[in-house]
Design a protein. Structure first.
Length: 132
């Protein structure tokens, strides 16, 4: 078994595709538009769906925002340099909600950014071995 994708409902498909591709460096892998059912999908990720988990962006026609809810936490993405990634995202118009720095009580460097719909994304800086 493996994780295939995580689905996020978005209020503006193009705005979300721009964030995930331009600011986070993902690629659009495929799209589907279902006018009769009144929704569109875009699958984005860092590699093909056959071997990588991806994100499914779902736009329901006429809905421009959602309540995130207390149950949602975040998506985690490994990056080479959390501070540089935050700076690139900020320079591109993205929102950094926690600057890069060590996790409380540990040494792993993390940061948080937020997508245009308010979903939190944790950036975890790559290192040889994670102990925390």
């Amino acid at each position: 078994m493996r994780i295939l994708h995580t689905m996020l409902r978005v209020g503006d498909m193009q705005r979300s595709i721009d964030f995930y591709t331009r600011l986070l460096g993902m690629k659009v892998l495929r799209t589907t538009d279902r006018p009769e059912q009144k929704y569109s999908l875009a699958f984005v990720g860092y590699g093909d769906e056959a071997s990588h988990a991806v994100i499914e962006l779902t736009y329901n026609y006429g809905v421009d925002r959602y309540e995130i809810g207390a149950g949602y936490g975040h998506i985690a993405i490994e990056v080479d340099d959390a501070a540089a990634t935050c700076e690139r995202i900020r320079a591109g118009g993205g929102l950094v909600t926690r600057e890069a720095g060590p996790v409380k009580g540990g040494t792993t460097v993390i940061a948080f950014v937020q997508d245009p719909d308010g979903y939190k994304i944790e950036l975890i800086e790559r290192r040889a071995a994670r102990g925390d």
